[in-house]
Design a binder for this molecule. Structure first.
Ligand SMILES: Cc1ncc(COP(=O)(O)O)c(C=O)c1O
Length: 428
C-alpha cells in the first residue's frame, strides 16, 4: 500500500465556487411522492378494502396490487408479476419457487446486500460466494468455476442501477443447467442490450424499500415468464394457497405445499403503482446528470470508471470511479465531504465474508445452518483472502450518488471539485 498522499499546493487548480444551492442528499422516488400517490392511497382507504384478494364489496374487487402487477409485468416484459412485502421476502419467494432447499447451493456475489445471502440460508440452501469484476456485479466465469452437482441457481445482482454482464453469465448457467435469479432490487428501469432487467433470467425480484429507485417504504415484487415458477411463487407467498384471482390467470398444476405469508397490502400496492409510473422520469434525469458528470471528469489520469456492460441501459444514479490506493480514496472522500458533496453509496452493500452472520455461520436454529460449523469455520470460501478480485475492487472506489433533486449546476460543481481534488492530490 502506498503512503498517504500529501496535497501539493503548487499544482492545485482554483477551488470551485459553490453552486447556487447546496448539493442535496441524493433521493430518488421518495422525493417525488405527491398527488398521484395520495389519490391512489385515498381511493384504497375510501374503498375500505386494504387486503389484496377481497374487500367488503364483492362486486368491486381490490385493484391496486393487481394493477401494479399487470403494469409492472408489461413494463419489464414478463408474463407474470407478483407483489410481496419486501425485496427480501421476494428473494425467499423466488428461491422457494425454484425449489431451493437443504442440500442445494446457490452462487451469489460476495459483494451483495444482506438478504442476498440470508434469504438462501432462510430457505435451507447454502450460499456459495463468488467474485465480482469491475462492473461491481458477478464476474463471468464464476458460475463455471463454482458450480457443483448441488448447485441449483445463481443469483445475479444488478448492482445500483447497472445490469450485470448477463449474456456470458446466462450462457454459463444454461450450460450448467442451473436457474438464473435476477436480483433487480437496486435497478428497476435498467436494461441490458435492449431488454429490461428482470426479464432475462428465470425469475427476478424487485424492492420498493425507502432508498430504492421507486418506493412504498417497504414492498417487493417477483417476476417471471414461467407459469410453473409463478404458481410456486404464489403458493410460497400465500401459505401454499391458490386463490380464484390466480385461477383466473392460469390453471394450477402444482401440488400445494407449506408456504409463507408475504402478501402485499393494497396500501403498499397503491404507492408502488404511482411510483412505478414515475420510473422513466427518474431514470432520464439521473442518466442526464451522470452523463454530464462523466463528461466533466472523464479522461483525468489515474481515475477509472466502473465498467457498465451496456451503457444504454444504465439508470445513472451512482457513478463509481477507482483511484490507485485506499489512502487516495480516503483523501478524495474527505475532500468531497469538506466541499459538502455526499459521497456515500445509497446501499449498505459490503463483502458478505465480513458480516457477523457469516462469522458465526448460524441460522435461526442450530440444525438449520447449511454450513459445517466447527474449529475450521469460517472455511476458506467464506474468508476475505479467497476473494482477491473483489478485495482489489472494493477498497479504492469513490462514488457520486445523484438524485431527482440534483441539478446540472450541482453536477458542474461536483465535477469541478473532483478536478480540483485530482490536481490538489497530485493524482495520475
Ligand atoms: C440487492 C438487494 N437485494 C435485496 C434487497 C432487499 O430488499 P428489501 O429491503 O425490500 O427487503 C436489497 C435491499 O437493499 C438489495 O439491495
Amino acid at each position: 500500500m502506498n503512503s498517504t498522499v500529501i496535497p501539493d499546493a503548487t499544482r492545485s487548480a482554483a477551488r470551485p465556487a459553490p453552486p447556487p444551492s447546496s448539493v442535496p442528499t441524493p433521493v430518488l422516488g421518495s422525493a417525488l411522492i405527491g398527488r398521484e400517490e395520495e389519490e391512489l392511497v385515498l381511493s384504497v382507504l375510501r374503498s375500505k378494502a386494504l387486503f389484496r384478494y377481497y374487500g367488503p364489496d364483492p362486486t368491486s374487487p381490490p385493484l391496486m396490487v393487481a394493477t401494479l402487477e399487470r403494469e409492472f409485468a408489461a413494463m419489464i416484459g414478463t408474463k407474470f408479476a407478483l407483489g410481496v412485502t419486501s425485496g427480501s421476502a421476494a428473494l425467499e419467494v423466488a428461491l422457494g419457487a425454484l425449489g431451493v432447499g437443504p442440500g442445494d447451493e446457490v452462487i451469489v456475489p460476495a459483494w451483495s446486500w444482506v438478504s442476498c445471502f440470508t434469504a438462501i440460508v432462510r430457505v435451507g440452501g447454502k450460499p456459495v460466494l463468488a467474485e465480482i469484476d469491475d462492473t461491481l456485479c458477478l464476474a463471468p466465469g464464476e458460475v463455471t468455476r463454482l458450480r457443483t452437482a448441488r448447485t441449483k441457481a445463481v443469483m445475479v445482482i444488478h448492482f445500483q442501477g447497472v445490469a450485470a454482464d448477463l449474456d456470458p453469465i446466462v450462457a454459463e448457467a444454461r450450460a450448467a443447467r442451473i436457474a438464473v435469479l435476477e436480483d433487480c432490487a437496486e435497478s428497476p428501469g435498467a436494461s441490458y442490450r435492449g431488454r429490461p432487467v428482470g426479464s432475462l433470467g428465470d425469475i427476478a425480484i424487485f424492492s420498493f424499500q425507502q432508498q430504492k429507485t421507486i418506493t412504498a417504504g417497504e414492498g417487493g415484487l417477483v417476476a417471471t415468464n414461467d407459469p410453473r415458477l409463478f404458481e410456486r411463487a404464489v403458493r410460497m407467498h400465500d401459505l401454499g394457497q391458490w386463490r380464484d384471482f390466480h385461477a383466473a390467470q392460469i390453471e394450477a398444476r402444482e401440488p400445494a405445499f407449506c408456504g409463507s405469508q408475504f402478501r402485499m397490502s393494497e396500501l403498499t400496492g397503491a404507492v408502488a403503482l404511482a411510483q412505478m409510473r414515475r420510473i422513466d422520469r427518474i431514470r432520464a434525469h439521473c442518466r442526464m446528470l451522470s452523463a454530464r458528470l462523466r463528461q466533466g471528469i472523464g479522461g483525468l489520469p489515474g481515475l477509472t470508471f466502473r465498467r457498465i456492460p451496456d451503457p444504454a441501459g444504465d439508470s445513472g444514479f451512482e457513478t463509481y470511479f477507482w483511484v490507485a490506493t485506499e489512502e487516495l480514496r480516503d483523501a478524495f472522500r474527505a475532500g468531497l465531504q469538506a466541499a459538502a458533496i455526499p459521497c456515500q453509496q445509497m446501499t449498505g452493500t459490503y463483502a458478505q465474508y465480513r458480516r457477523a452472520y457469516v462469522a458465526t455461520g448460524l441460522a435461526h436454529a442450530p440444525g438449520a445452518t447449511p454450513f459445517h460449523l466447527g474449529a475450521a469455520w469460517p472455511e476458506a470460501a467464506y474468508r476475505a483472502e479467497s476473494f482477491p478480485r473483489t478485495e482489489g475492487l472494493i477498497h479504492r472506489f469513490v462514488v457520486i450518488p445523484v438524485g431527482v433533486t440534483h441539478t446540472e449546476a450541482h453536477i458542474d460543481y461536483i465535477a469541478a471539485t473532483i478536478r480540483h481534488l485530482h490536481s490538489e492530490l497530485g493524482v495520475g
